[in-house]
Design a protein around this ligand. Structure first.
Ligand SMILES: C[S@@+](CC[C@H](N)C(=O)[O-])C[C@H]1O[C@@H](n2cnc3c(N)ncnc32)[C@H](O)[C@@H]1O
Length: 260
């Protein structure tokens, strides 16, 4: 067996990660299906009642912003880009940033045309799939770049909307992002954070986990600059094979940047 062994994206190796799971083709395919798959492509036949409510997570988290058009939006940890394109429905300019070059390439590719990928069904059974931008979504005002949410470039400027879904508990130093957020959101602008609170030492040293509940920790760190407008939960479904799914519930909080 070669050493180090190839990473199994579902069993992350011990910290620090030798291989970034989000650069693997396996997670790329799972995320293309997660973001762009139709209910028929994602769900099993005769799916249990309620399972369908967990599809289209990227559409639902963006739906937590207060309705109306804005100028600039930022999507941190955008993965393969569905939420960035959704933000483009109401934002004149959208920037999606992700640490995975492989994900960023796919996010850009989808704006230009269909992207082909392989869906794992079981063992040697696989299905050739195509990810498309759903009707009504366009790429022209949406751009992507690779970047680190804990060390973003200094010239990003401020945005009317900042969206970060399922990112915080994948950062080694999440406080660095929380500390940068006041500068990234314009006064009166909105921030949507979604997190399943799956703190794992493979990604985040335990000393950097919230000491108690994640929402309390967010309040402690954000409330000097942000007002908590509302909170809720959004379930999501990641299909690993035809018979194995991850069902998770993300905690969503919506914040408004205070003036001054
Ligand atoms: C659990 S996935 C969530 C992706 C997407 N927002 C969603 O909800 O489907 C975490 C994402 O964060 C990205 N990521 C991890 N560390 C990052 C960092 N330091 N800066 C930016 N993105 C990062 C990963 O590449 C991956 O795309």
């Amino acid at each position: 067996m070669p050493w180090p062994p190839a990473a199994d994206p579902h069993e992350p190796p011990s910290f620090p990660l030798l291989v970034n799971p989000y650069e693997t083709d396996r997670l790329l395919a799972e995320y293309l299906l997660f973001h762009y798959g139709t209910a028929a492509e994602v769900l099993p036949p005769n799916s249990p009642q309620g399972m369908g409510a967990a599809v289209d997570f990227a559409v639902r988290t963006v739906g937590h912003f207060t309705a109306g058009p804005v100028v600039r939006a930022l999507d941190l940890g955008c993965a393969v880009g569905r939420s960035s394109y959704e933000l483009g429905l109401t934002s004149q300019q959208v920037l999606g940033i992700d640490f995975s070059q492989n994900f960023v390439r796919a996010a850009q590719g989808i704006g230009a045309g269909p992207v082909r990928y392989i869906r794992q069904d079981e063992g040697h059974l696989r299905t050739q799939m195509t990810a498309n931008l759903p009707p009504g979504l366009e790429g022209k005002q949406v751009s992507f770049e690779a970047g680190d949410a804990m060390n973003l470039r200094s010239d990003l400027g401020a945005f009317d909307r900042v969206h970060a879904a399922n990112l915080l508990c994948r950062l080694s130093e999440p406080l660095k992002l929380l500390q940068r957020l006041p500068e990234l959101v314009k006064p009166g602008g909105e921030l949507v954070l979604a997190t399943p609170c799956t703190w794992l030492e493979e990604y985040t040293p335990p000393d950097n986990w919230p000491p108690g509940g994640t929402l309390e920790w967010l309040k402690l760190n954000l409330e000097p600059s942000f007002e908590l407008l509302r909170q809720g939960d959004e379930p999501f479904l990641i299909r690993e094979t035809a018979r194995k799914y991850q069902w998770t519930r993300s905690q969503v909080s919506v914040w408004r940047r205070k003036s001054g």
